[in-house]
Design a protein around this ligand. Structure first.
Ligand code: KIV
Length: 272
């Protein structure tokens, strides 16, 4: 597979994720929501690609992740999976598709797997949703957990502040991480928690812990549009920007507008 910026071009599997943790190899994960971006992300060597329900914010402009539907997630996930050759592709189960009961959870996870070509699903929560997680795993579907700041519960939290700073919440988080690992999840995302707590989680299980705003872990995940600097209005402390696409795109589009207005575009070479 020419073009990959990594030496190891084997398809990343759940088995490989565990090996990477055991070998001390860090895992790079990014979101993608469309074919063209996913192809670039995969070819650049990202190990795991997440069709995050952050598509609700990033693609649709909603304030939260709650409004996005299963059909909309499936549309994005199918576009991404079609583009990806190497990375393990994970699709978020959106709000309301796994919290009602375990039958509904497994039915919706099966829909995602059948209709998208993704490799795994991701669910937010620990012990409260464990029966659904088990049923999905029993159906042969890999599951990634997500704890800490779980955006589908933002109305309950009432704030996007760092989670699990107090002992009781930290203890519950560690017990949830262990439970998710015990039942067979292939990785857990920990969002916006103290770095010391994330380190304890890393040491307590043999599956990869992927951090976002959680300090060093077995791997890291960011929203691709944020790390590319498309949205210059969002700058949490944990976000490192690797490009300023907002400026690059605004300048390029401004230049196009000017060329159209002056009649410079199209010229003779650009006409039939
Ligand atoms: O939806 C999302 O993009 C996510 C990541 C931020 C982990 O869940």
């Amino acid at each position: 597979m020419p073009g990959y910026l990594v030496d190891d071009t084997r398809k990343v599997t759940t088995h490989r994720l565990k090996e990477m943790k055991a070998e001390g190899k860090k895992i790079a994960m990014l979101t993608s929501y469309d074919f063209t971006t996913a192809k670039i992300v995969d070819e650049a060597g990202v190990d795991m690609i997440l069709i995050g329900d952050s598509a609700s914010n990033v693609m649709a402009g909603n304030m939260t992740t709650l409004p996005i539907t299963l059909d909309q997630m499936i549309y994005h996930a199918r576009s991404v999976a079609r583009a990806v050759k190497r990375a393990l592709v994970v699709c978020d189960m959106p709000f309301g598709t796994y919290q009602i009961d375990e039958k509904e959870a497994v039915r919706n996870a099966i829909r995602i797997m059948k209709e998208t070509g993704c490799d795994a699903v991701k669910l937010e929560g620990g012990v409260e949703i464990i029966e659904g997680v088990k049923r999905i795993l029993d159906a042969g579907i890999p599951v990634v957990g997500h704890l800490g700041l779980t955006p589908q519960s933002i109305n309950k939290f009432g704030t996007y502040a760092v989670r699990a700073k107090e002992d009781a919440e930290a203890e519950k988080l560690l017990s949830d991480v262990k439970l998710l690992a015990e039942v067979g999840c292939c990785a857990v995302v920990l969002e916006k928690i103290p770095a010391a707590l994330c380190q304890k989680a890393v040491e307590s299980v043999d599956i990869p812990i992927i951090g976002i705003g959680a300090g060093p872990a077995d791997g890291q995940v960011l929203v691709v549009d944020d790390m590319l600097g498309k949205n210059n209005g969002f700058s949490p402390k944990f976000l490192r920007r690797y490009a300023d696409l907002h400026t690059i795109m605004t300048d390029a589009i401004g230049a196009y507008v000017a060329d159209v207005k002056t009649g410079d575009f199209p010229n003779a070479n650009e006409s039939y």
